[in-house]
Design a protein. Structure first.
Length: 208
């Protein structure tokens, strides 16, 4: 499996049988440039804000998953778990658990509060956790650290943080890395991973 980042909360996850894109965004709304000519078999949308729901950015005819439920598309299993967006925002945020290539990936969307014990239980056995860390609209760096300790993934990929060009006032990823005591980590262009090659110790991967 190969995972690349488009910025904000958008990733391309390319597996053996399908390609999935999470939370495509509108470039004008965010100030970030969403890449052109991206196609996928599946698109997941965590909630209805323009920095997460710009499905027209994706070429082809992808199956769009935009809310809670259970789905099976091209050998990929998806469970959408309803969650509060938090921070006074009324829209429902959907957490997605994605089963692909024998790996379990969780994309937390714009979760803005700590999860309940029941919600954490639904994420048991997660291999890769995509977690917002920028604060303001989501949980902040310190909350992210606590949530990671509860979920216990093998790989953590931070998302939804401040970066050059972004129109929103979010904390940079360095704030999260400092909280984790991992300030020396440098960004990489892609994560290639298999079930057999998961790290024995918890690992943070920052994607460019």
């Amino acid at each position: 499996m190969d995972i690349t980042s488009f910025g904000q909360s958008s990733f391309k996850i390319k597996g053996k049988t399908a390609t999935l894109v999470t939370d495509p965004y509108d470039s004008v709304f965010t100030g970030l440039k969403f890449p052109k000519h991206i196609d996928a078999d599946i698109v997941t949308v965590s909630h209805s804000h323009e920095d997460h729901n710009a499905t027209a950015q994706i070429e082809g005819n992808p199956f769009v998953v935009s809310g809670p439920g259970e789905y099976e598309i091209k050998g990929v299993g998806i469970v959408g778990i309803p969650s509060d967006h938090g921070n006074g925002i009324k829209e429902v945020n959907t957490i997605y658990r994605i089963e692909m290539d024998d790996l379990s990936i969780v994309h937390l969307g714009d979760v803005g509060r700590m999860l309940t014990a029941e919600e954490v239980d639904e994420l048991d056995g997660v291999d890769i956790l995509m977690i917002p860390v920028g604060g303001t609209y989501t949980i902040d760096a310190s909350q992210a650290v606590k949530l990671i300790s509860e979920i216990e993934p093998s790989i953590i990929i931070p998302m939804h943080y401040g970066r050059p060009g972004l129109k929103f006032d979010l904390l940079p990823v360095s704030a999260f890395l400092k909280e984790m005591g991992q300030e020396a980590i440098t960004a990489q262009p892609k994560l290639s991973v298999t079930k057999a090659k998961l790290p024995e110790q918890k690992q943070i991967i920052v994607l460019e």
